[in-house]
Design a protein around this ligand. Structure first.
Ligand code: GLV
Length: 375
Protein backbone atom coordinates (compact mmCIF):
# COMPACT_ATOMS: atom_id res chain seq x y z
CA UNK A 1 0.00 0.00 0.00
CA UNK A 2 1.31 3.43 -0.88
CA UNK A 3 2.09 5.62 2.10
CA UNK A 4 1.41 8.78 0.15
CA UNK A 5 -2.11 10.09 -0.13
CA UNK A 6 -2.96 11.68 -3.47
CA UNK A 7 -6.69 12.00 -2.77
CA UNK A 8 -8.87 12.40 0.30
CA UNK A 9 -9.99 8.76 0.05
CA UNK A 10 -6.38 7.60 0.13
CA UNK A 11 -6.29 8.58 3.80
CA UNK A 12 -8.78 5.88 4.80
CA UNK A 13 -6.41 2.89 4.38
CA UNK A 14 -3.60 4.91 5.96
CA UNK A 15 -5.82 5.60 8.98
CA UNK A 16 -6.77 1.94 9.14
CA UNK A 17 -3.13 0.91 9.20
CA UNK A 18 -2.25 3.34 11.98
CA UNK A 19 -5.20 3.23 14.38
CA UNK A 20 -6.09 0.51 16.86
CA UNK A 21 -8.89 -1.57 15.39
CA UNK A 22 -11.62 -0.32 17.75
CA UNK A 23 -10.85 3.34 16.98
CA UNK A 24 -10.84 2.79 13.22
CA UNK A 25 -14.16 0.96 13.48
CA UNK A 26 -15.57 3.84 15.52
CA UNK A 27 -14.85 6.44 12.82
CA UNK A 28 -15.45 4.24 9.82
CA UNK A 29 -18.63 2.50 10.89
CA UNK A 30 -22.30 3.36 10.61
CA UNK A 31 -25.42 2.00 12.23
CA UNK A 32 -27.10 -1.35 11.50
CA UNK A 33 -26.44 -2.44 7.89
CA UNK A 34 -24.74 0.84 6.98
CA UNK A 35 -27.23 1.47 4.17
CA UNK A 36 -27.39 5.22 4.79
CA UNK A 37 -23.63 5.39 5.19
CA UNK A 38 -23.25 3.97 1.67
CA UNK A 39 -26.09 6.06 0.25
CA UNK A 40 -24.44 9.26 1.43
CA UNK A 41 -21.43 8.53 -0.75
CA UNK A 42 -23.21 6.89 -3.69
CA UNK A 43 -26.04 9.41 -4.08
CA UNK A 44 -23.60 12.27 -4.04
CA UNK A 45 -21.34 10.62 -6.58
CA UNK A 46 -24.33 9.97 -8.83
CA UNK A 47 -24.97 13.72 -9.19
CA UNK A 48 -23.84 14.74 -12.68
CA UNK A 49 -22.73 18.30 -13.32
CA UNK A 50 -23.06 20.18 -16.59
CA UNK A 51 -19.71 20.63 -18.26
CA UNK A 52 -19.47 24.12 -19.77
CA UNK A 53 -16.63 25.49 -21.88
CA UNK A 54 -15.04 28.72 -23.10
CA UNK A 55 -16.28 30.94 -20.27
CA UNK A 56 -13.08 32.65 -19.07
CA UNK A 57 -12.48 30.88 -15.79
CA UNK A 58 -9.07 32.41 -15.23
CA UNK A 59 -10.19 34.09 -11.98
CA UNK A 60 -12.07 32.00 -9.48
CA UNK A 61 -13.34 33.28 -6.14
CA UNK A 62 -14.00 30.44 -3.69
CA UNK A 63 -14.64 32.61 -0.66
CA UNK A 64 -17.96 32.42 1.16
CA UNK A 65 -19.53 34.41 3.99
CA UNK A 66 -21.12 32.68 6.94
CA UNK A 67 -22.13 34.24 10.25
CA UNK A 68 -20.38 37.49 9.61
CA UNK A 69 -17.05 36.04 8.51
CA UNK A 70 -15.54 35.51 5.10
CA UNK A 71 -14.02 32.05 4.82
CA UNK A 72 -11.54 30.78 2.23
CA UNK A 73 -14.19 28.39 0.90
CA UNK A 74 -17.66 27.17 1.97
CA UNK A 75 -16.20 24.18 3.78
CA UNK A 76 -15.65 23.41 7.47
CA UNK A 77 -14.50 20.60 9.72
CA UNK A 78 -17.66 19.05 11.17
CA UNK A 79 -17.73 17.65 14.70
CA UNK A 80 -16.23 14.16 14.99
CA UNK A 81 -16.32 12.39 18.35
CA UNK A 82 -13.07 11.21 19.96
CA UNK A 83 -10.96 12.75 17.20
CA UNK A 84 -8.43 13.77 19.82
CA UNK A 85 -7.50 10.10 20.04
CA UNK A 86 -6.74 9.77 16.32
CA UNK A 87 -3.54 11.76 16.73
CA UNK A 88 -1.78 13.31 19.71
CA UNK A 89 -3.97 16.12 21.12
CA UNK A 90 -5.82 15.61 17.83
CA UNK A 91 -8.46 18.29 18.11
CA UNK A 92 -5.80 20.94 18.67
CA UNK A 93 -3.98 19.77 15.54
CA UNK A 94 -7.20 19.88 13.51
CA UNK A 95 -8.04 23.35 14.81
CA UNK A 96 -4.61 24.60 13.73
CA UNK A 97 -5.07 23.21 10.23
CA UNK A 98 -8.55 24.74 9.97
CA UNK A 99 -7.33 28.13 11.16
CA UNK A 100 -4.40 28.11 8.71
CA UNK A 101 -6.79 27.33 5.85
CA UNK A 102 -9.32 29.92 7.11
CA UNK A 103 -12.21 27.49 7.45
CA UNK A 104 -14.32 26.88 10.57
CA UNK A 105 -13.90 23.87 12.81
CA UNK A 106 -16.61 22.52 15.08
CA UNK A 107 -15.43 20.83 18.26
CA UNK A 108 -17.51 17.85 19.38
CA UNK A 109 -18.90 17.66 22.92
CA UNK A 110 -17.32 14.19 23.02
CA UNK A 111 -13.82 15.38 22.18
CA UNK A 112 -10.67 14.22 23.91
CA UNK A 113 -9.26 17.74 24.26
CA UNK A 114 -11.39 20.19 26.18
CA UNK A 115 -12.79 23.31 24.55
CA UNK A 116 -10.44 25.30 26.75
CA UNK A 117 -7.37 23.40 25.55
CA UNK A 118 -8.32 23.86 21.88
CA UNK A 119 -9.21 27.53 22.34
CA UNK A 120 -5.98 28.15 24.26
CA UNK A 121 -4.06 27.08 21.16
CA UNK A 122 -5.27 30.34 19.65
CA UNK A 123 -7.82 28.77 17.30
CA UNK A 124 -11.23 29.05 18.88
CA UNK A 125 -13.55 26.47 17.31
CA UNK A 126 -17.30 26.53 17.05
CA UNK A 127 -18.80 24.30 19.69
CA UNK A 128 -21.07 21.31 19.15
CA UNK A 129 -23.52 20.58 21.93
CA UNK A 130 -25.36 17.42 22.89
CA UNK A 131 -28.30 17.35 25.26
CA UNK A 132 -27.64 15.25 28.31
CA UNK A 133 -30.14 14.67 31.08
CA UNK A 134 -28.36 17.02 33.47
CA UNK A 135 -29.50 20.39 32.07
CA UNK A 136 -27.31 22.21 34.58
CA UNK A 137 -24.31 20.61 32.89
CA UNK A 138 -25.63 21.60 29.45
CA UNK A 139 -26.05 25.19 30.68
CA UNK A 140 -22.48 25.04 31.94
CA UNK A 141 -21.20 23.85 28.54
CA UNK A 142 -23.04 26.74 26.85
CA UNK A 143 -21.48 29.18 29.31
CA UNK A 144 -18.04 27.73 28.59
CA UNK A 145 -18.59 28.16 24.83
CA UNK A 146 -19.57 31.77 25.47
CA UNK A 147 -16.58 32.42 27.74
CA UNK A 148 -14.14 30.95 25.20
CA UNK A 149 -15.63 33.16 22.47
CA UNK A 150 -16.94 30.40 20.17
CA UNK A 151 -18.31 31.90 16.95
CA UNK A 152 -21.31 29.55 16.80
CA UNK A 153 -23.07 26.86 18.79
CA UNK A 154 -24.00 23.72 16.87
CA UNK A 155 -26.79 21.81 18.56
CA UNK A 156 -26.90 18.18 17.41
CA UNK A 157 -30.47 16.92 17.61
CA UNK A 158 -30.35 13.51 15.93
CA UNK A 159 -28.90 11.58 18.85
CA UNK A 160 -31.80 11.42 21.30
CA UNK A 161 -30.93 7.72 21.40
CA UNK A 162 -27.72 6.23 19.99
CA UNK A 163 -27.99 4.21 16.78
CA UNK A 164 -26.68 0.66 17.18
CA UNK A 165 -23.24 0.41 15.65
CA UNK A 166 -22.47 -3.24 15.34
CA UNK A 167 -18.87 -2.66 14.30
CA UNK A 168 -18.25 -0.95 17.65
CA UNK A 169 -19.84 -3.88 19.42
CA UNK A 170 -17.69 -6.40 17.52
CA UNK A 171 -14.52 -4.40 18.14
CA UNK A 172 -15.21 -3.96 21.85
CA UNK A 173 -13.21 -5.93 24.36
CA UNK A 174 -11.31 -5.56 27.56
CA UNK A 175 -7.88 -3.96 27.67
CA UNK A 176 -6.29 -7.40 27.72
CA UNK A 177 -8.19 -8.60 24.65
CA UNK A 178 -7.16 -5.44 22.82
CA UNK A 179 -3.50 -5.81 23.71
CA UNK A 180 -2.27 -7.75 20.63
CA UNK A 181 -3.93 -5.24 18.31
CA UNK A 182 -2.61 -2.27 20.30
CA UNK A 183 0.90 -3.71 20.17
CA UNK A 184 0.61 -3.98 16.40
CA UNK A 185 0.06 -0.21 16.26
CA UNK A 186 3.32 1.06 17.82
CA UNK A 187 3.28 4.45 16.05
CA UNK A 188 -0.15 5.23 17.48
CA UNK A 189 0.79 3.89 20.91
CA UNK A 190 3.84 6.12 21.08
CA UNK A 191 2.22 9.20 19.55
CA UNK A 192 -1.16 9.14 21.28
CA UNK A 193 -1.27 6.69 24.16
CA UNK A 194 2.15 7.62 25.58
CA UNK A 195 3.14 11.11 24.41
CA UNK A 196 -0.49 12.24 24.15
CA UNK A 197 -1.32 11.86 27.82
CA UNK A 198 -3.39 12.65 29.74
CA UNK A 199 -6.17 10.93 27.84
CA UNK A 200 -9.59 11.88 29.08
CA UNK A 201 -12.87 13.21 27.73
CA UNK A 202 -12.02 16.88 27.91
CA UNK A 203 -15.41 18.56 28.14
CA UNK A 204 -17.03 15.74 30.09
CA UNK A 205 -14.33 15.40 32.73
CA UNK A 206 -16.45 17.11 35.41
CA UNK A 207 -18.97 14.28 35.15
CA UNK A 208 -17.17 11.20 33.81
CA UNK A 209 -13.97 11.78 35.76
CA UNK A 210 -10.38 12.30 34.72
CA UNK A 211 -9.39 8.75 33.90
CA UNK A 212 -12.56 7.20 32.54
CA UNK A 213 -11.78 4.28 30.23
CA UNK A 214 -13.49 4.27 26.84
CA UNK A 215 -15.98 1.63 27.93
CA UNK A 216 -17.15 3.81 30.84
CA UNK A 217 -17.44 6.71 28.50
CA UNK A 218 -19.61 4.79 26.02
CA UNK A 219 -21.78 3.59 28.88
CA UNK A 220 -22.02 7.15 30.11
CA UNK A 221 -23.27 8.30 26.69
CA UNK A 222 -25.78 5.50 26.65
CA UNK A 223 -27.07 6.34 30.13
CA UNK A 224 -27.01 10.12 29.89
CA UNK A 225 -28.16 11.16 26.45
CA UNK A 226 -31.67 12.47 26.80
CA UNK A 227 -34.48 10.84 24.85
CA UNK A 228 -37.01 13.35 26.19
CA UNK A 229 -35.43 16.22 24.29
CA UNK A 230 -37.89 18.31 22.23
CA UNK A 231 -38.21 21.65 20.43
CA UNK A 232 -38.82 23.30 23.83
CA UNK A 233 -35.19 22.51 24.64
CA UNK A 234 -34.02 24.23 21.47
CA UNK A 235 -35.93 27.32 22.60
CA UNK A 236 -34.24 26.93 26.01
CA UNK A 237 -30.78 26.92 24.38
CA UNK A 238 -31.82 29.89 22.24
CA UNK A 239 -32.50 31.90 25.39
CA UNK A 240 -29.05 31.23 26.76
CA UNK A 241 -26.96 31.54 23.64
CA UNK A 242 -27.03 34.90 21.90
CA UNK A 243 -24.60 34.05 19.09
CA UNK A 244 -25.34 32.04 15.93
CA UNK A 245 -27.25 28.85 16.77
CA UNK A 246 -27.05 26.03 14.24
CA UNK A 247 -29.32 22.99 14.55
CA UNK A 248 -27.58 19.89 13.18
CA UNK A 249 -29.28 16.69 12.14
CA UNK A 250 -32.20 17.90 10.02
CA UNK A 251 -33.38 15.49 7.33
CA UNK A 252 -36.98 16.52 6.84
CA UNK A 253 -38.49 19.79 5.52
CA UNK A 254 -41.00 19.96 8.41
CA UNK A 255 -38.16 19.81 10.93
CA UNK A 256 -36.34 22.53 9.02
CA UNK A 257 -39.43 24.75 9.40
CA UNK A 258 -39.55 23.92 13.14
CA UNK A 259 -35.90 24.88 13.50
CA UNK A 260 -36.63 28.19 11.84
CA UNK A 261 -39.64 28.79 14.10
CA UNK A 262 -37.54 28.02 17.19
CA UNK A 263 -34.92 30.61 16.42
CA UNK A 264 -32.18 28.65 14.62
CA UNK A 265 -29.75 30.81 12.66
CA UNK A 266 -28.72 27.88 10.49
CA UNK A 267 -29.29 24.16 10.06
CA UNK A 268 -27.13 21.24 9.05
CA UNK A 269 -28.77 18.70 6.78
CA UNK A 270 -27.29 15.51 8.16
CA UNK A 271 -27.99 11.90 9.04
CA UNK A 272 -24.98 11.87 11.38
CA UNK A 273 -22.75 10.24 8.80
CA UNK A 274 -25.06 7.22 8.52
CA UNK A 275 -24.52 6.51 12.22
CA UNK A 276 -28.09 6.92 13.46
CA UNK A 277 -31.29 5.99 11.55
CA UNK A 278 -30.14 3.44 9.00
CA UNK A 279 -32.24 3.51 5.85
CA UNK A 280 -32.80 7.25 6.16
CA UNK A 281 -32.30 9.30 3.01
CA UNK A 282 -28.82 10.36 2.09
CA UNK A 283 -28.04 14.02 2.73
CA UNK A 284 -27.78 14.63 -1.02
CA UNK A 285 -31.32 13.30 -1.59
CA UNK A 286 -32.79 15.13 1.40
CA UNK A 287 -31.14 18.48 0.71
CA UNK A 288 -33.18 20.08 -2.14
CA UNK A 289 -36.60 19.85 -0.44
CA UNK A 290 -35.14 21.22 2.79
CA UNK A 291 -33.51 24.12 0.96
CA UNK A 292 -36.93 24.85 -0.61
CA UNK A 293 -38.62 24.73 2.82
CA UNK A 294 -36.10 27.15 4.33
CA UNK A 295 -36.55 29.54 1.41
CA UNK A 296 -33.24 31.33 1.92
CA UNK A 297 -34.20 32.64 5.38
CA UNK A 298 -31.19 31.02 7.10
CA UNK A 299 -28.09 29.28 5.75
CA UNK A 300 -28.33 25.57 5.06
CA UNK A 301 -25.20 23.54 5.77
CA UNK A 302 -24.86 19.91 4.76
CA UNK A 303 -22.64 16.93 5.50
CA UNK A 304 -22.61 13.24 4.60
CA UNK A 305 -20.47 11.45 2.06
CA UNK A 306 -18.28 14.38 1.04
CA UNK A 307 -14.92 12.98 -0.02
CA UNK A 308 -13.71 15.57 -2.57
CA UNK A 309 -13.98 19.15 -3.73
CA UNK A 310 -16.18 17.88 -6.52
CA UNK A 311 -18.57 16.55 -3.86
CA UNK A 312 -18.56 19.99 -2.22
CA UNK A 313 -19.60 21.56 -5.54
CA UNK A 314 -22.31 18.90 -5.89
CA UNK A 315 -23.71 19.78 -2.44
CA UNK A 316 -23.65 23.48 -3.33
CA UNK A 317 -25.43 22.73 -6.62
CA UNK A 318 -28.12 20.89 -4.63
CA UNK A 319 -28.65 24.05 -2.60
CA UNK A 320 -26.28 23.94 0.37
CA UNK A 321 -24.64 27.20 1.42
CA UNK A 322 -21.79 25.52 3.27
CA UNK A 323 -20.48 21.96 3.48
CA UNK A 324 -18.99 20.08 6.45
CA UNK A 325 -16.41 17.30 6.28
CA UNK A 326 -16.42 14.45 8.80
CA UNK A 327 -14.59 11.22 8.05
CA UNK A 328 -12.65 13.04 5.30
CA UNK A 329 -10.65 15.02 7.85
CA UNK A 330 -10.71 12.39 10.60
CA UNK A 331 -8.92 9.78 8.44
CA UNK A 332 -6.29 12.37 7.49
CA UNK A 333 -5.78 13.39 11.11
CA UNK A 334 -5.28 9.75 12.05
CA UNK A 335 -2.80 9.19 9.23
CA UNK A 336 -0.74 12.37 9.36
CA UNK A 337 -1.97 14.72 12.08
CA UNK A 338 -2.24 18.44 11.35
CA UNK A 339 -0.37 18.06 8.04
CA UNK A 340 -2.92 15.48 6.89
CA UNK A 341 -5.87 17.74 7.68
CA UNK A 342 -4.12 20.66 5.96
CA UNK A 343 -3.52 18.45 2.93
CA UNK A 344 -7.16 17.37 2.78
CA UNK A 345 -8.28 21.00 2.87
CA UNK A 346 -5.86 21.91 0.09
CA UNK A 347 -7.03 18.93 -2.00
CA UNK A 348 -10.66 19.97 -1.51
CA UNK A 349 -9.84 23.50 -2.58
CA UNK A 350 -7.92 22.39 -5.67
CA UNK A 351 -10.70 19.98 -6.68
CA UNK A 352 -13.31 22.69 -6.19
CA UNK A 353 -11.34 24.95 -8.51
CA UNK A 354 -11.37 22.35 -11.28
CA UNK A 355 -15.07 21.59 -10.78
CA UNK A 356 -15.96 25.28 -10.82
CA UNK A 357 -13.84 26.01 -13.88
CA UNK A 358 -15.34 23.13 -15.87
CA UNK A 359 -18.90 24.02 -14.89
CA UNK A 360 -18.26 27.64 -15.83
CA UNK A 361 -18.73 29.04 -12.31
CA UNK A 362 -16.33 31.74 -11.18
CA UNK A 363 -17.93 32.44 -7.78
CA UNK A 364 -19.57 30.25 -5.14
CA UNK A 365 -22.84 32.13 -5.65
CA UNK A 366 -23.02 30.92 -9.25
CA UNK A 367 -23.09 27.28 -8.19
CA UNK A 368 -26.79 26.47 -8.12
CA UNK A 369 -29.32 24.08 -9.66
CA UNK A 370 -28.43 25.31 -13.14
CA UNK A 371 -25.18 23.40 -12.75
CA UNK A 372 -26.98 20.07 -12.35
CA UNK A 373 -27.18 17.92 -15.45
CA UNK A 374 -30.60 16.29 -15.33
CA UNK A 375 -30.44 14.48 -18.68
C1 GLV B 1 -20.95 10.63 18.10
O1 GLV B 1 -21.40 11.68 17.78
C2 GLV B 1 -20.92 9.51 17.23
O2 GLV B 1 -21.54 9.54 16.16
O3 GLV B 1 -20.25 8.54 17.59
Amino acid sequence: MSRRAASVSDYRPLAKARLPHFLFEYIDGGSYDEVTLRRNVEDLQAIALRQRVLRDVSNLDLTAKLFGKRWAMPVGLGPVGLSGLYARRGEVQAARAAAAANVPMILSTVSACSLHEVAASGHVPWYQLYFVKDRGFVADLIARARDEGCGALVLTVDLAVPGSRYRDARAAGSGLQRMPNLLSRPAWLWDVAIRGRPISFGNLEPIVGKRAPLADFQKWIHDNFDASVSWKDVAWVREQWKGPLIVKGILDPDDAREALANGADGIVVSNHGGRQLDGALSSARALPSIVAAVGGKIPVLADGGVRSGLDVVRMLALGADFVLLGRAWAYALAARGEAGVAHVLSLIEAEMRVAMALTGCTTIGEIDQSVLDRR
